[in-house]
Ligand binder design. Structure first.
Ligand SMILES: Cc1cc2nc3c(=O)[nH]c(=O)nc-3n(C[C@H](O)[C@H](O)[C@H](O)COP(=O)(O)OP(=O)(O)OC[C@H]3O[C@@H](n4cnc5c(N)ncnc54)[C@H](O)[C@@H]3O)c2cc1C
Length: 420
């Protein structure tokens, strides 16, 4: 991924390309293929990786130029944010060809199958099993909180491949095809009324050996990359909201690109972006209120500092690092989200209880905001990372130190039995 500074003629280059290529009469599928092949889906990837060798911050600019031009933006989603860079870093040539190229061309949508009912913050404590059977793996277990799994074609699956190793040592990372017998995806409804995340059950599902990424029992190292791309993506504003959604299950590939270009992004935090809050302050006549102005100024400074820090994190990622800067970005983003919805609710006031239309979308963002300090690793866990990796404080005590996963599971079970 590139190291250079955004070129001053970027806007001109993108507009020139769009003048020559944008065709609202193409299907979304054909348009995204064109966009992906031209390197605009992830311009910061190197040309060999399917990008244009531009700096990381070029991506957002390219997307806005597409929108200003009236063209459908490049495909987005978790595949682009996390799966593609992880596979580029840890995958083989064959895996890159089979998985990264379809992501760049919007042909597949991905979800993250990490968290389990008994393993969230302690992710390495996961118990979903992958057992070898010739040149394939049999998957058994359960995931939860799997955002967009109901609309995804592939999942970044973490599974235990050797319970007789210490818990971090016996895990592997798979590119897992969701559409098969033995997989049940059950959507969960949030308090906002929306369905975004799911429970996913595996009952003898199959993953081919050629889709094991980064080597057997090396999943923890691969996961560190995925989590870093996730945190820094969230810190930079949530990555690329996929609108419309990539992949066959997203349902948009057959539509006309010109129709899909008018779709609104689904990112719920977009509604509380800074310009919308200023507009809301004006609409409610509170823009001269010193307390509102003070809060808006504080929010603006958080946003600017967060953006600079996110750039540092991306620079670190480009040099192969996966350090703690991403954790700072993620904590900063939580504060930005929470302060933004606080300002919005302060402006809307009690009317929010019966709000409709635009105002109701602010309320939706408010109801969803607590999630920001949980997804992508909780704020408490990010603080632990900063404490250990930046401040050099002692590591947390671990009750399972020196034990294999199987031994520590047996110990936990016998402790539970003794308490019962
Ligand atoms: C909106 C949303 C979308 C999500 N999407 C996905 C997804 O697509 N894929 C996926 O795999 N997961 C997803 N998650 C799951 C998310 O990553 C986990 O919820 C998160 O990692 C916390 O795990 P947990 O829920 O098991 O909480 P727990 O680990 O049980 O933690 C409960 C509380 O204890 C605290 N705590 C735990 N351990 C420590 C410690 N060592 N030190 C200090 N405090 C601690 C936590 O910070 C938290 O406050 C999503 C979550 C949300 C809310």
């Amino acid at each position: 991924m590139s190291d250079s500074v955004v070129s001053p003629d970027l806007d001109e280059t993108v507009r020139g390309w769009l003048d020559e290529n944008w065709d609202p009469g193409l299907s979304v599928e054909d348009w995204w293929q064109k966009v992906g092949r031209a390197g605009w889906a992830a311009p910061h990837f190197s040309p060999e990786e399917g990008g244009r060798g531009m700096p990381r911050n070029a991506d957002a600019r390219v997307r806005s130029i597409f929108a200003e031009h009236g063209a459908l933006r490049p495909p987005g989603g978790l595949g682009l944010l996390m799966a593609a860079p992880t596979i580029l870093r840890h995958g083989t040539e064959d895996q890159i060809d089979r998985h990264v190229t379809p992501i760049l061309e919007g042909r597949t949508n991905w979800c993250q199958l990490f968290s389990e009912p008994g393993a969230g913050s302690d992710l390495a404590g996961l118990s979903t099993r992958a057992e070898r059977d010739g040149d394939r793996w049999i998957i058994t277990g359960q995931k939860v909180w799997s955002s967009m799994a109901h609309e995804s074609d592939y999942g970044m699956l973490l599974a235990r491949t050797d319970p007789d190793q210490p818990k971090h040592g016996g895990i592997s990372w798979f590119a897992f095809a969701l559409d098969q017998p033995g997989v049940t995806v059950r959507p969960l409804r949030e308090m906002t009324g929306e369905i975004m995340f799911n429970e996913v059950f595996f009952d003898g599902a199959i993953c081919e050996d050629r889709d094991l990424i980064g080597g057997m029992n090396n999943g923890w190292a691969v996961t560190q990359s995925t989590l870093f791309f996730e945190r820094t993506g969230i810190g930079a504003g949530g990555g690329h909201a996929g609108f419309p959604k990539p992949g066959p299950k997203g349902g948009a590939l057959g539509r006309l690109a010109g129709d899909a270009a008018g779709d609104e992004p689904e990112d719920r935090y977009r509604i509380v972006a800074f310009p919308h809050l200023i507009e809301l302050a004006r609409r409610t006549g509170r823009h001269e209120d010193p307390i509102v102005r003070d809060k808006l100024a504080r929010l603006w400074s958080f946003i600017q500092t967060g953006a600079w820090n996110a750039r540092r994190a991306k620079a670190e990622a480009r040099h192969g690092g996966g350090g703690a800067i991403g954790s700072i970005s993620k904590i900063a983003q939580t504060r930005i989200v929470k302060l933004s919805v606080e300002i919005a609710m302060d402006l809307i006031g009690a009317e929010g209880l019966v709000a409709e239309g635009e105002e109701a979308r602010f309320v939706d963002a408010f109801l969803f905001a607590p999630a920001s300090s949980i997804y992508g690793g909780t704020d408490e866990i990010q603080r632990n990372i900063c404490a250990e990796r930046i401040l050099g404080l002692p590591r947390e005590e671990r009750a399972d130190k020196g034990l294999t996963f199987a031994e520590s599971t047996r110990r936990q079970q016998s402790m539970r039995g003794a308490r019962a």
